[in-house]
Design a protein around this ligand. Structure first.
Ligand SMILES: C[C@H](O)[C@H](O)CC(=O)C(=O)O
Ligand SMILES: [Mg+2]
Length: 394
């Protein structure tokens, strides 16, 4: 094993759903008048695709070892990410040992610092890192959760994100997180509509089912505070990503402002241990939500999670399908996981990264047995029916 090296790195682009889960067709709940930082421009209010939310597409990273084993991963990043992998990052992998994950991560991060640190570059590094974990698992014939130190639970439980928490409840999930539909630019009327939607959902699901609101970076502190206070009456469990990810000070203030018992969550657009250190040390939130495909990959998520543990903060990763399931199974401070409802009407459970992965597990009755994850690597294959495009073939 110590002698197996990395022979070749390849980066592809894929369109249509999957890891770039906002890349959906018309009529999908995920693109139906959701409040965003662009909602202040009326022409970009109805659809997130109108301002380009799906412009990047999916990045697929494939890493082939000297023994012929191939590991792969998908994340968001598309063609610019493929460029970075092929033209810049591949040099740190090809010829290295497949076990050199820490060193490769450090080289990818340090060598891109002058143009990286967050966003696209860290998405790209995350994709490469996840492919390395998949490769190592496949070579060792062990699931990634075992490489991470082993599972601490036999079963994962999930809340669902989508437009229909009432249906998610019937499907066995422990809670439902809804997108916020109206932002500050829609004034008092929008605020009233937001609260009415929450009230209707609370009536449908009864008093105990968790209800959360995902605000996708779209509010200001005053609006978020008013929303949280209004939503308290309807038992809102948490208010998510209410502010810009750069506004650490706003989050710290919001956490003071929300009614007692309501949680403030954020972090899906934060990256690396340094970004999360800001959130944790400034007391910005009760739950951090790193996306393992965006925050720096598994190698970085393990560090972020240890930091969170030392701050008594839960880590409930954003989306990211199998990549987060293998992680959540191994951490005491990750007691449950997110499942993004990718059915257009949020009325059935379909694999989160459909159609890109084969063998992608889904929760059944809101739960997933650990045994489902007991396959080498992340336990999934690329769907050969998906059209891979390699824009920067070296
Ligand atoms: C529903 C949200 O706007 C977003 O598309 C997904 C998300 O932020 C989450 O799952 O969390
Ligand atoms: Mg979110």
């Amino acid at each position: 094993m110590g002698n197996i090296t990395i022979k070749h790195v390849r980066a592809f682009v894929l369109r249509g759903g999957g890891a770039d889960y906002h890349d959906q067709a018309d009529g999908h709940w995920i693109d139906d008048h959701i409040s965003t930082p662009m909602s202040k421009y009326p022409e970009y209010r109805q659809s997130r695709r109108s301002f380009g939310i799906n412009v990047l597409g999916t990045l697929v990273v494939e890493i082939e070892a000297s023994d012929g084993t191939v590991g792969f991963a998908v994340t968001t990043g598309g063609e610019p990410a493929a460029y970075i992998v092929e033209k810049h990052l591949a040099r740190f992998l090809e010829g290295a040992r497949v076990t050199d994950i820490e060193k490769i991560w450090d080289q990818m991060y340090q060598s891109t610092l002058y143009y990286g640190r967050k966003g696209l570059v860290i998405n790209t590094i995350s994709g490469v890192d996840l492919a390395l974990w998949d490769l190592l698992g496949k070579i060792r014939q062990e699931p990634v959760h075992q490489l991470l130190g082993g599972a601490v639970r036999d079963e994962l439980q999930f809340y669902a994100t989508g437009a229909r928490p009432d249906l998610a409840q019937k499907m066995g999930f422990i809670g439902g997180k809804m997108p916020l539909h109206h932002g500050p630019s829609e004034g008092e009327e929008g605020l009233r509509k937001n609260l009415e939607e929450l009230a209707t959902m609370r009536e449908r699901v009864g008093p105990d089912f968790w209800l959360m609101l995902d605000c996708w970076m779209s509010l200001d502190l005053n609006y978020a505070t008013k929303l949280a206070i209004g939503a308290h009456e309807y038992g809102l469990k948490w208010i998510e990503e209410a502010l810009s990810p750069d506004d650490y000070w706003g989050y710290a203030a919001l956490r003071n402002n929300v009614p007692k018992g309501m949680l403030v969550t954020t972090g899906e657009h934060e990256a690396t241990r340094w970004g999360f250190r800001m959130l944790l040390e400034m007391g910005c939130c009760d739950i951090i939500q790193p996306d393992v495909g965006w925050c720096g990959g598994m190698t970085e998520l393990v560090k972020i999670s240890a930091l969170a543990d030392a701050h008594n903060t839960l880590v409930v990763p954003h989306g990211s399908s199998v990549y987060s399931y293998h992680f959540v199974a191994t951490r005491h401070n990750s007691p449950f996981a997110e499942f993004l409802m990718m059915a257009p009407k949020a009325d059935e459970v379909v694999p989160m990264f459909h159609p890109q992965l084969l063998g992608e597990p889904v929760p059944v009755n809101g739960r997933m047995r650990l045994s489902v994850l007991d396959k080498p690597g992340f336990g999934v294959d690329l769907n050969p029916d998906c059209q891979l495009h390699r824009p920067y073939n070296r």
